[in-house]
Design a binder for this molecule. Structure first.
Ligand code: HEC
Length: 310
């Protein structure tokens, strides 16, 4: 009688050990080393901004030496290591500029690429705290394990990665912002390659009739500014219970401002309070996870300069 019981018991111990094999640190180390050692990454995924947003199709491609390409329904941003192009579909226009280190940094701060920054960043979880393994489940046909964490910076935001049990690399993740704001990314296809992606992947073909605009004067319409707010701010500055009383979901809300008063001084970006937050100029940086791209900052400043019209 004793022997079968012992076998049953050791079987149980085995199962417990197997479940623990993927500790949070091991999972994140493997995820990082797989991305670091790859030469190319291609991800087709959906990105959904809650509350309210439906899933949108995105394609991300990364290559060593700062090469990246991100296609979303609104925008294509491409960098080949020396030049960066940013194409806005809404008005069929693009900017072209010499690529600098800050372009890659700004790109990697986008929520849309958050699960895969380890491709470029050696220690992406260095300042991350509260790392915990959650449950394993099937996501779009693949077995994944959730790893949750608290992101550095204020106010505190939590995030999770959905790590592929076979590949060892995240197939997506979530970032929570505010009480009910959440961005969810889920890969349909993810390919790591040992060979570099074709050069053409990171070149920009000017779409039919697209006009080239100077980044400094590119923006005057509120639509473009509203898009930036919708993507980066309304998780916390929504219409329900906006942080600091600032509702960024409408033109009226933007012009009304927050607890500290007006945030826009039409015609004068340097004296508009919103710019101090966006540039972390004596104020907490907005969005708290990191600055907007230089292009987005110029869009907002350009719109204010042109009179902050609706
Ligand atoms: C993760 C939540 C979060 C996100 C995302 C966020 N904010 Fe904020 N925002 C806050 C909090 C919290 C405060 C109050 C901070 C303080 O004053 O210490 C604040 C305050 C502000 C203020 C000051 C308002 C006033 O009058 O007091 C401005 C301006 C602002 N945010 C702009 C933005 C913009 C623009 C974006 C997007 C580019 C953004 N925020 C994204 C949380 C957020």
């Amino acid at each position: 009688m004793k022997i079968p019981l012992l076998i049953a018991f050791s079987g149980l111990v085995g199962a417990v050990i197997a479940a623990q094999a993927g500790s949070a640190d091991t999972l994140l180390e493997k995820h990082t080393s797989e991305l670091q050692s790859a030469t190319g990454l291609t991800v087709q995924y959906t990105l959904q901004v809650l509350p309210g947003g439906g899933p949108q199709d995105y394609v991300l491609k990364l290559g060593k030496n700062g090469k990246f390409r991100l296609e979303s329904p609104d925008e294509t941003i491409v960098a080949d290591g020396t030049t960066v192009w940013d194409y806005k579909k809404s008005d069929n226009s693009y900017t072209q500029a010499q690529q600098t280190d800050s372009d890659l940094k700004a790109f990697l701060k986008r929520d849309a690429v958050f699960p895969w920054v380890a491709f470029f960043v050696k220690e992406p979880f260095k300042d991350t705290t509260g790392i915990k393994v959650g449950s394993s489940r099937i996501m779009k046909g693949k077995a994944v394990t959730d790893v949750s964490m608290t992101l550095p910076g204020a106010p505190v935001r939590t995030a999770s990665l959905f790590v592929d049990n076979t590949l060892g690399v995240a197939r997506g993740g979530t970032i929570k912002s505010g009480e009910d704001g959440q961005t969810i990314l889920m890969a349909k296809e993810l390919t790591l390659s040992k060979d570099a992606l074709a050069d053409s992947t990171f070149s920009f073909a000017v779409p039919d009739g697209a006009k080239k605009v100077d980044p400094a004067t590119a923006a005057v319409s509120f639509d473009k500014v509203a898009k930036i707010f919708n993507t980066n701010c309304i998780g916390c500055h929504g219409s329900g219970n906006p942080r600091s009383g600032l509702d960024l979901t409408s033109y009226q809300g933007v012009m009304t401002g927050g607890r500290g008063g007006a945030v826009i001084t039409a015609g004068d970006p340097d004296n508009s309070r919103i710019m101090a937050y966006l540039k972390a100029n004596g104020k907490p940086v907005m969005p708290p996870r990191g600055q907007l791209s230089d292009g987005d900052l110029q869009t907002i400043a350009g719109w204010i300069k042109a009179g902050a019209k609706q």
